[in-house]
Design a protein. Structure first.
Length: 201
């Protein structure tokens, strides 16, 4: 069972902030700005693939069952958050800042896989629609291309928004939870939206 450390140090500790005067503080601000811009990479570096997969294997089954049984977008939304909640409640150290973040990132990875699955399904559906449309109205047969452009733009927005949620906390340790929770929530919502586009349109 993964064990999470009790805390995770700020990129700018109090000693680093006070030591070195204005130059030291400037370097800390620069480090924090960089961390905010690349927080997904930093979080991924703190959690190896084996740990993530172990948490998904341990807690993802009921969430997947919930998702697949749900017949509406609203019902699927009720499945969101369950993996992270169970992980934080049952893993040793799961209630620490690092533990909560790790569980949130594991659920984010779970939803990222679901999103990829729903994207592929919706893309295939739109290609079929485009093929039928192209017979008489080829100028309108661009649904698949529009979906691909939307998904690319959405990924950029998600990463920028979650970097903002991370940055808003400055050097506070809550930045890790805020960034991870943003990634989890936005990815889950997009997975459901892609499903809904195909099944509820």
């Amino acid at each position: 069972m993964p064990r999470f450390p009790a805390s995770h140090a700020s990129p700018c500790s109090q000693s680093a902030w006070s030591w070195g005067g204005a130059r030291g503080r400037g370097r800390c601000r620069a480090a924090l700005a960089l961390a905010a811009s690349v927080w997904p990479v930093l979080c991924a570096a703190q959690q190896d693939d084996a740990t993530t997969q172990a948490l998904i294997d341990r807690y993802g089954g009921p969430v997947l069952s919930c998702y697949e049984a749900a017949q509406t977008a609203a019902a699927k939304e009720a499945c969101v958050g369950r993996l992270a909640s169970a992980c934080s409640a049952q893993e040793e150290g799961g209630q620490t800042t690092f533990g909560i973040m790790t569980c949130q990132l594991a659920e984010a990875a779970f939803w990222d896989a679901r999103m990829a699955h729903e994207y592929d399904g919706t893309l295939a559906w739109l290609r079929t629609v485009d093929q039928a449309e192209a017979e008489y109205f080829p100028q309108f047969a661009h649904g698949a291309d529009a979906l691909a452009a939307m998904q690319e733009a959405w990924r950029a927005y998600r990463d920028a928004n979650c970097a903002l949620q991370y940055a808003l906390w400055g050097s506070g340790s809550m930045r890790m939870i805020a960034g991870a929770d943003c990634h989890r929530a936005m990815t889950a919502a997009q997975a459901i939206a892609l499903w809904s586009l195909r099944e509820e349109m």
